[in-house]
Design a binder for this molecule. Structure first.
Ligand SMILES: [Zn+2]
Length: 74
């Protein structure tokens, strides 16, 4: 019952309510502090991840980079 289900994981804005019970005092406060999610965040996050992937590939191709690319542990 945390605020996580209320907030967009991408922009931290308040996502549109799914039902009447979603309108809580907590939600109202979060709208004031965080504002609303504008929507389309999932698509934007994917596009940003795509760009990161392309930059990673570009770095590997760069001739100046002689070292072995460091792998980030997940
Ligand atoms: Zn969002």
């Amino acid at each position: 019952m945390g605020s996580q289900s209320v907030l967009c994981p991408v922009c931290q804005g308040v996502v549109p309510a799914s039902g009447k019970e979603a309108y809580t005092a907590l939600r109202g406060r979060l709208i004031v502090t965080n504002g609303y999610c504008a929507g389309g965040c999932a698509e934007r996050a994917e596009a940003a991840a795509d760009q990161v992937r392309q930059e990673e590939q570009a770095q590997v191709v760069l001739p100046l980079r002689q070292e072995v690319p460091v792998r980030v542990a997940r």
